[in-house]
Design a protein around this ligand. Structure first.
Ligand code: DX5
Ligand code: ZN
Length: 225
C-alpha cells in the first residue's frame, strides 16, 4: 500500500537569527513535519543547536517535531529532548553500542523511536531492532552539514529497508540532498518521509518555501505510482 508523502523541512538551513519566524513560515508553507538536526562536533564534524532551542520553538508550532540526534553518547540526553517537546527522537546506529536499549528508552519517554544509518552502514543492523523501532532514517549524505550532494548508491538501500520493514508499522525517512530531482528516486524506492533543508530554504521566503515543498511533494507522489 502506498503511504502518503510527508515533507520535513530541516531548520538547519533556516536563518538562525529568525528561527521562530522561519519555523512558522515553513509550517504555513505546507511542511508536514519539522526536522531538527542536533550536532555535537564529536559524532559529526559540526555543531548546531540543542534541547533548549527546541524547547523554545515548541510553543510556536503544532507540527510533529522530528528530532535527529547526531550526538554520541546519546543516552544521557534523551530525556531532555523528550521534555523539550520532541515527538520523534532518532538516534544513529553508529553512535553507541546499545541501540536496542536506547530505542526502548525513547519509547519509554513517550516518543516515537527512530534509527538513522549513515550511508556506509549496512541495512542488516536494523534487523535485530525492528520490534523497538518506529522509524528508519537513511542518510543520503554523510551527516554533519546541509547542502551536500545526494549519494545515489543509497537508493538501493532504501529498497532493501522497505523490504525488511514489510508490512510493519515503521516509517521510512531519507535525509540529505533531497531535491525535486532526487525525491522521486527516494519515493520510488519506498521512502515516504523526505527531509529537505537547503532545497526548501534556498527559495528565500514563505511563498518560495510553499512552491518548493509542493514541487518536491508532487515529484515524489508521481514517482510512487
Ligand atoms: C545533515 C542533516 C540534514 C540536513 C539536510 O547532517 O541531517 O538533515 O539538514 O540538508 P540538505 O537538505 O541541505 O541536504
Ligand atoms: Zn537530519
Amino acid at each position: 500500500m502506498t503511504k502518503p508523502i510527508w515533507i520535513a523541512p530541516s531548520l538547519l538551513a533556516a536563518d538562525f537569527a529568525r528561527l521562530g519566524a522561519e519555523l512558522q513560515a515553513v509550517d504555513r508553507a505546507g511542511a508536514d513535519w519539522i526536522h531538527l538536526d542536533v550536532m555535537d562536533g564529536h559524532f559529526v564534524p559540526n555543531m548546531s543547536y540543542g534541547a533548549d532551542v527546541i524547547k523554545a520553538l515548541r510553543p510556536l508550532s503544532k507540527s510533529v517535531f522530528d528530532v535527529h540526534l547526531m550526538i554520541a553518547p546519546v543516552d544521557p540526553y534523551l530525556e531532555q529532548f523528550a521534555k523539550a517537546g520532541a515527538d520523534i527522537i532518532t538516534i544513529h546506529a553508529e553512535a553507541g553500542a546499545h541501540t536496542y536499549r536506547s530505542l526502548q528508552a525513547i519509547r519509554a519517554l513517550g516518543c516515537k523511536a527512530g534509527l538513522a544509518l549513515n550511508p556506509g552502514t549496512p541495512v542488516a543492523v536494523i534487523k535485530p531492532v525492528l520490534e523497538v523501532v518506529d522509524l528508519v532514517l537513511l542518510m543520503t549524505v554523510n551527516p554533519g552539514f546541509g547542502g551536500q550532494a545526494f549519494i545515489h548508491p543509497v537508493v538501493e538501500k532504501i529498497e532493501r529497508v522497505r523490504d525488511l520493514i514489510g508490512d510493519r508499522d515503521i516509517m521510512l525517512e531519507v535525509d540529505g540532498g533531497v531535491t525535486v530531482d532526487t525525491a522521486p528516486l527516494c519515493a520510488k524506492a519506498g521512502a515516504h518521509v523526505l527531509v529537505a533543508g537547503s532545497a526548501v530554504f534556498k527559495a528565500g521566503d514563505e511563498a518560495g518555501y510553499k512552491h518548493e515543498i509542493a514541487r518536491i511533494r508532487q515529484a515524489a507522489e508521481a514517482a510512487q505510482h
